[in-house]
Design a protein around this ligand. Sequence first.
Ligand code: GAL
Length: 717
Amino acid sequence: MLTRRYFTFLLLIRLGVGSFATAQSANFQWQSVAPGVWKAVVGQSDRITPLAVAGITPRIDRLKSLGEPPFPNALAGSIYQLVDGKTYLRFPLQKEEQLFGLGLNFKTVQQRGQIKTLHVDHYNGKDNGRTHAPVPFYVSSLGYGVLINSARYITVYAGTAVRTDSPNRPPEKDRNTQRDWSAQPYSDAVEILVPASGTEIYVFAGKSPMEVVQRYNLHNGGGVLPPKWGLGFTHRTPTLFSDKEILAEVADFEARGYPLSFVGLEPGWQSRSYPNSFVWDSTRFPKPQQFLETLRQKNIRANLWINPYVSSHSPIYKDVLPYTGSHMVWVGRVPDFSLPQPQALYKQLFTQQHLSMGISGYKVDEVDGYDNWLWPDVATFPSGIPAEQMRQIYGLQFQTMTDAWFRERNQRTYGLVRGSNAGASALPYVIYNDYYDHHDFITALCTSSFIGVLWTPEARSSKTSEEWLRRMQSVCFSPMAMLNAWADGTKPWSFTDVAQDVKDVMQLRMQLLPYLYTTFAQYHFDGKPPIRAVHLVDGFSTVSQTTEGRLNSTDNPYALAATKDLNDQFMLGDYVLVAPMFAGQTKRAVWLPAGKWYDFYTGKLAGEGQLIEISPGLSRIPLFVKDGGIIPMLPPRLHTPDRQEAIPLTVRHYGTKETSWPLYDDDGETYDYNRGVFTWTPLTVKRDQQGKLVGSWTRPNTPDFHYTTINWQFMTP
Ligand code: GAL
């Protein structure tokens, strides 16, 4: 009897049940998995992880070209504990270190000092971890990144807690007498709670935050390279519009001279939606194929709005039933896409009804939240995947599934999605939402750049023409230039007093296509995101300096910006700094990184490594170009160029520096670039013997290089 009791006691201690002893912490066993990338597995890791769902194929060749750095020193001393069926992770933080990432955030770029529970959801005004892409990845200003490859609702304490065993424990202070008492004393660690008995962790090295992000994106397969038409302008037509109404709208764009590359069909193209039938409504679209063909002849593609939830009126309903979850969404069934059968049913129906008729992509709605609409965490799915993990990966899964359909056809797609997660860099989807705060939409552009996702600050409607113009200006400098008129039917020209200015910025977007396309090629081949928070940019120090305990903004002009939160300006590609204006604003501050910066429109010097204040007027969005900046541009046009088209280029050069910048081109619509069918052509500006700047290039003689001649424009006198 005694022995049995003793035995049970021993067993309980072993299981950690009822034992109050501190769980042992252990060091990670890091294994190199790619140049500059390490992985550790602790405990029993989950079967379903974001990287597995995203189906990543690391670009080892490109990672190699970034070099093979040693494991980041700053992470020595990282530890984990397995406690009570959960996993605790701890990574050290240094005094001046700043953290970026941890999901698509809308208010703050810097994440140190924040607590987040990462949970796929529709963003609702708080940077608390509930967001469309709660990517569990953070980038340190010291040049390393940490990814927790888990599809759980993990909680990150990003430098908030003080441990008894901390070697850097802050001194205890008396609130009543010491003025520097702080409610949040200094913390020297990121601590993470993964509510599972194990997880995978990845570490990415880098000389700079940018190099870390590059490694993260290249490890995910490199960033997406959209089809050229995806980078033009897109207009989403109102709900319940018919084929005739859409064609009339398209004709109106043409007649008024507003660019258009693809239209979005919102709810109503299908016979039932919310839940969905996925088949065309025969009254509004009696001949869908003919309708799509008419659009195609005008060089316009079409994108379909859907959500994945199946109506009993859908032809796949009966067959898909056995593979759906225990709960409904809008009384529609929720397929379990981790099983092959529903994937096959969707592929067959969508191919027959959409892809083979000429549909070019999807807008995948409602794969994020709200809790009250989606399945609860007690839902069950036939594959056995818990509801929590299903929530975290559902959007990602839909992206990989549809991406594969298009890849099989050797046809690039570019669409929209509202839920994503880690590993998404290569997926051809841009995130959007209904939150509609212009300023916060710009912050999201900045934060998207750390976590391998794309975001569009869509324009829908506005209270004033000023707001309308400001929003349209911003969206034209984003990964998808989109007017989403589903609810309001707003047209680009709806506000007549700014209609010309709106047209100008849409036109500028079209003219910048060669620059944009090369910028996305850098995302694909080098992992550099197309939109870049200034913290990723050379010449902008993220480290604040203090002298005698005070902020030193004399020696380091960025010190102030680094301690504030620079969330309203960003880089588009290598050369263009975008500083959007918001309604009601007549002036704003712009932080120019080190070196000289020039006004995009005039070529005049704007400043050099400093804070400037500008009062730009209403008609244009403030843009600045780095010294030596090269901007290839098309002549004004209404549609993205066809594959066959030969185009003359204008190449602008700004400032005084000699430069050589590689211009990318390929067929613009297939995946043949994966077989090496592409060109990088150096555009070179040098001084001649008289000291005058002169441009030169050698035109490649390949069929899918589309530019014929170059007219060099030296913008800075
Ligand atoms: C929302 C979506 C909007 C629009 C609308 C149509 O969920 O965010 O962009 O598509 O549905 O009902």
